[in-house]
Ligand binder design. Structure first.
Ligand code: PEP
Length: 267
């Protein structure tokens, strides 16, 4: 299980690796061991988290100490006849985090902002920190609808939790057109989206709450591009997909975060 170090977790950038539907259980353990060595080496300055496929979540969790673990998706009910789903209650002892509303869930599996709200509430109820993903499609960006989309996703997605819960939650800004495409969002656009998210949370829950929420960026991040996002004061870390499956890439991203990225200023 993940062990917190004595430096305030809020001041550390969070580097989260979403392994999606990749790797067998033994392969997941192998990659987790490599990540753990790097996470332990930089534990004072970076928080590292991995999101294995649920078949490997428990075994990965049992072999890491300096790496947090999370689940890629949960269902919003705590138990019941929901074949194939996983309840937050079932993973609360092995998952520090849960990704909620990932764009692949929204656009491949039809999840709505209302579903996201219910899943976020299920995380909080079960003491799992939600990483709520928001972001516009390419069409929405081209139509200048990014601000509206982010406002809607935030206002509905966080509607079922309290300001105290929101303060401890994480938001990942993941423009849909940048996920798994190799397209890089411009850092100034990421900063602007993060400010929109911050403003929306501030209006809903108050400035004090907004100041505590960590906002990550995700979308085709590599070791080459990580620094340009980590240097943004609006960004508190990264949600990394494809590059997190490559041991050397992910280790290099953790190292980049340790070497001066993401002075978030949030506490
Ligand atoms: C993700 O899955 O959240 C993600 C950001 O993927 P990628 O880095 O591959 O774009």
């Amino acid at each position: 299980m993940f062990i917190y170090t004595n430096i305030s977790i809020m001041s550390k950038p969070l580097i989260a690796g979403n392994w999606k539907m990749h790797l067998s259980e033994p392969q997941s353990r192998g990659l987790a061991e490599q990540v753990e060595a790097q996470a332990a080496a930089y534990a004072d300055t970076v928080e590292t988290a991995v999101f294995p496929s649920s078949i490997a979540l428990s075994s990965v969790n049992s072999l890491v100490e300096s790496t947090a673990t999370g689940v890629q998706n949960i269902y919003f009910a705590d138990e019941g006849a929901f074949t194939g789903e996983i309840a937050a209650a079932q993973v609360s002892d092995v998952a520090d985090y849960a990704i909620v509303g990932h764009s692949e869930r929204r656009y491949v599996f039809g999840e709505t902002d209302e579903t996201v709200a219910r899943k976020t509430a299920a995380c909080i109820r079960n003491h799992i920190t939600p990483i709520v993903c928001v972001g516009e499609t390419l069409h929405e960006r081209q139509e200048n609808e990014t601000v509206q989309v982010l406002n809607d996703q935030i206002s509905t997605g966080l509607t079922m939790i309290t300001s105290e819960d929101v303060a401890g939650s994480v938001i990942a800004y993941e423009p849909v057109w940048a996920i798994g495409t190799g397209e890089n969002a411009k850092p100034e656009d990421v900063a602007s989206a993060a400010r929109t998210i911050d403003r929306a949370i501030g209006e809903m829950f108050g400035r004090k709450t907004a100041d505590q929420v960590r906002v990550l960026y995700g979308g085709s991040v590599s070791s080459e591009t990580a620094g340009s996002y980590l240097d943004l004061e609006e960004i508190s870390g990264l949600l990394v997909g494809g590059a997190s499956l490559k041991e050397h890439e992910f280790k290099a991203i953790i190292e980049r975060a340790a070497n001066g990225g993401a002075e978030t200023g949030k506490s």
